[in-house]
Design a protein around this ligand. Structure first.
Ligand code: EPU
Length: 421
């Protein structure tokens, strides 16, 4: 495949209006959820992302018929002839593990390869497996494969998660909707993407209550049909463009968002000195006043400050006079953007989960490399501020979660282009 890079000449204030794409982290569990539906499901507001394409390839491999039509993905899961996902498809994205709960829920058997670690750290799935075993699913974990079966059916269980894992909560919900009896998840993840999954499954005939709170109750039903559903807006993409506006001291209106999903991010921007006006489905930011560092950002599970927004806020803090301390509590290896930001002139030191940023007046364009999705978005954010030309490689990471980031940034005044050679 040709090498691609994004080239940015920094220093332009971003101004204008953008429509925010649907959420990557919703679309993946929703597509997995369609496996449970014995009919046609239509998902609207689907962004064009390589991760969504990978999920569609898994659906087609299972024998569901999956196609894109403009901004929608249509899945016909009337038949599910296959229950195994080959390793090459599983390895395309780590979050493909969310297919486990859905396939076993529908077919009572499935074989997947173990997803393994990723650029953010080891990414264990022990909580997923422990919970599914509590529901009567037998899981053999051998030779890199998860061989799962529930010959006597899946039954409801009372499950207490030691960490409110997003993926484990999704897998339990997916396995529980057609299980026998009631499942109760305590210390469930409360992310908006969990609510979106529950809303979709309920439209399909599931009985899920409490999504968005720490306790989710699922009453198993016999089967699900298909439904039509619009994917929620991507709160992390919205946070990224808010950081891009702030770092260029510009002003921006974002449309198609849900401000209630940004409740941890907006106060930090305000504390920095940005004027932020949240409306229900739009947000306006003006960053033309002098901005100050936020001093401390500690990531935590929703409704805390999202780990996925940490790298872009670090890029922003790098340009604000004073010190900001970041504490990353979710992932063990989420500072891989730091050495790349340093190439642009950022002053950041790290010690395990803590990063200390000393703001500088000036960043200077350089050749930098994205090593993960949000870290890549942080490099683009920083490059918008840096003097001169930055050449960003590792674009395949950014393509996993951002639909046309180059087109969007150009439309609001950035000097940015995508180069293939
Ligand atoms: N964890 C365990 N055992 C498990 C599951 C998780 O120890 O069985 C640990 C993880 O290692 C991590 C923490 O629990 O330290 C949280 O992991 P979680 O399961 O909540 O994360 P995830 O489901 O793997 C999703 C998003 C991530 C996002 C996290 C946290 C998707 C596809 N991915 O991952 O998104 O950072 O929740 O909010 O929904 C991204 O979009 O860039 C991204 C990485």
């Amino acid at each position: 495949m040709a090498d691609r890079r994004i080239e940015v000449v920094g220093g332009k204030k971003l101004e204008g209006e953008l429509k925010i794409q649907g959420a990557k982290n919703s679309i993946l569990p929703l597509l997995s959820g369609t496996v449970l539906c014995r009919g046609e499901s239509v998902l609207h507001n689907c962004p064009n992302l390589t991760d969504a394409d990978a999920a569609c390839r898994i659906l087609n491999c299972l024998g569901c018929k999956c196609r894109r039509e403009n901004g929608s993905i249509i899945v016909n899961s009337k038949e599910l002839p296959n229950t195994d996902v080959p390793p090459e498809l599983m390895q395309e994205m780590r979050s493909s593990i969310v297919f486990l709960g859905a396939i076993i829920g529908r077919s009572r058997y499935c074989k997947l390869s173990f997803p393994g670690g990723c650029e953010l750290g080891p990414r264990p799935i022990n909580l997923h497996l422990l919970a599914l075993r509590q529901m009567g699913i037998k899981i053999k974990d051998e030779g890199g494969y998860l061989d799962c079966s529930a010959p006597n059916g899946i039954h409801g269980a009372r499950i207490s998660l030691s960490i409110p894992s997003v993926g484990a909560t999704e897998n339990i919900v997916l396995a529980a909707v057609t299980a026998k009896g009631v499942t109760e998840i305590n210390n469930a993840a409360r992310e908006p993407e969990i609510v979106d999954l529950a809303d979709f499954l309920n439209k399909c005939g599931a009985k899920i209550a409490g999504a968005g709170s720490g306790t989710i109750i699922i009453e198993g039903v016999e089967k699900l049909g298909g439904a039509e559903h619009a994917v929620i807006p991507d709160r992390i993409v919205a946070a990224t463009y808010l950081c891009c506006a702030a770092i260029t001291r510009g002003e921006l209106m974002l449309r198609n968002i849900d401000c209630s999903h940004l409740s941890a991010v907006i106060p930090v921007l305000e504390q920095m000195g940005c004027s932020v006006y949240p409306y229900k489905d739009r947000i306006y930011i003006n960053a033309k006043k002098t901005l100050h560092p936020p001093h401390k950002i500690r990531t935590s599970a929703h409704p805390g400050f999202p780990t996925d927004a940490q790298p872009m806020f670090m890029a922003l803090a790098s340009t604000l006079k004073g010190t900001t301390v970041f504490v990353e509590t979710i992932f063990s290896n989420r500072y891989r953007h730091v050495p790349e930001l340093a190439r642009l002139g950022a002053r950041i030191s790290t010690d395990d989960r803590v990063a200390v940023v000393e703001g500088v007046n000036k960043l200077t364009g350089a050749a930098i490399k994205a090593t993960d999705l949000r870290g890549g978005a942080a490099l683009v954010t920083a490059a918008l501020y840096a003097d001169g030309l930055s050449k960003i490689t590792g674009i395949e990471h950014i393509d996993r979660g951002y639909d046309d980031i180059v087109g969007n940034l150009s439309a609001i005044g950035a000097t940015v282009k995508s180069i293939e050679n």
